[in-house]
Design a protein around this ligand. Structure first.
Ligand code: SF4
Length: 313
């Protein structure tokens, strides 16, 4: 909802997803690198083998879909396969360098991995929100990794990010709602479990999306620590409560039959071209075309929370 009310409407209210998705190369690099680092830390696996396996699975899926595709669909799947192969090449270079960087800098020293892919599922502690929703609202988060920092004796979470430039990501990192969300939900989870461990914020584990050729200028890897005071977490809690109210009010309007154009209008930005799978549909619902027919042809019902084991069917 925060990024764009209309995107929320398509994804979380209608729960529609493209049958045939165009592969986004940068997002695929992000997923491959994330998967590689996650399985290296969590299972001790060779991260390069993880990338190769990730790419092979994606290519096999495209090839299977190609069997039932039209001419246009076949072309799209071929283009997708090319992007997956390029993403694999990029990711291997990036992760080879990451492993070397860890060995050279000892970036993980003084840190002990506690667990990874941690799902937190915590009741939102507000009677007002529970009454408005008519049921207990749950907060959900998946932390990449959780560490014990021996220097501070605190717990810290780490999230892996692939970025174009460090500076542009660093400029607004202190405002990043994802990290605040994790910090807040960690605090509430600790409280609910009577765990007195202090979580001292998160580490943004950044890897630059470059092949590290001779002309590329280092550094290629960087970590940024983001900590929050109790005051910042309390004020963020108020913001989340407001956001939940807006979602509940929007759902109520849609359930009453209010037009989605009124209840959840679009919020277009220059990011739409790469961060929204609904871009084509976003125009179609407003230009008088047969949007219902387009949805039936090009979309299928899915589960927006599929990646969370706690709540997915
Ligand atoms: S294309 Fe942009 S404005 Fe339209 S739904 Fe997606 S994010 Fe929102």
């Amino acid at each position: 909802m925060r990024r764009c009310p209309r995107k929320w409407y398509f994804m979380h209210y209608l729960k529609i997803f493209r049958k045939r998705e165009t592969v986004n190369q940068n997002a695929t690099i992000g997923n491959m690198c994330h998967d590689a680092v996650d399985q290296m830390y969590r299972l001790g696996m060779d991260p390069l083998a993880v990338i190769a396996q990730h790419a092979a699975t994606m290519v096999a899926k495209e090839e299977t879909l190609m069997l039932s595709a039209t001419d246009d669909g076949t072309l799209q799947h071929q283009e997708n396969i090319t992007k997956i192969e390029k993403a694999e090449e990029f990711s291997i270079k990036m992760i080879e360098g990451y492993v070397e960087w860890l060995a050279e800098t000892g970036a993980d020293s003084g840190m002990t991995l506690i667990d990874s892919e941690v799902e937190l599922y915590v009741p939102f502690p507000s009677t007002e929100i529970t009454q408005l929703a008519g049921e207990q609202v749950m907060m959900l988060a998946k932390l990449d990794t959780r560490w014990h920092d021996e220097r501070t004796d605190a717990r810290v979470f780490m999230d892996h990010k692939t970025v174009d430039q460090f500076t542009s990501r660093e400029k607004w990192a202190h405002l990043d709602p994802q990290f605040r969300w994790y910090a807040l939900i960690e605090m509430l989870d600790n409280k609910a479990k009577g765990d007195n461990t202090w979580t001292d914020g998160g580490i943004m584990n950044m890897m630059r999306r470059v092949k590290r050729t001779g002309s590329a200028k280092p550094p290629f890897y960087k970590r940024l620590t983001l900590t929050y005071s109790i005051h910042q977490l309390r004020t963020y809690f108020e913001r989340v409560a407001g956001e939940l109210m807006r979602i509940l009010q929007t759902e109520a309007m849609l359930n009453r039959g209010v037009s989605h154009r009124t209840a959840c209008p679009p919020s277009p930005t220059s990011d739409c071209a790469w961060d929204c799978a609904y871009m084509q549909l976003c125009s179609i619902v407003d230009d008088g075309s047969d949007s219902t027919g387009f949805i039936e042809t090009a979309f299928q019902i899915g589960d927006p929370l599929e990646r969370y084991e706690t709540v997915s069917a």
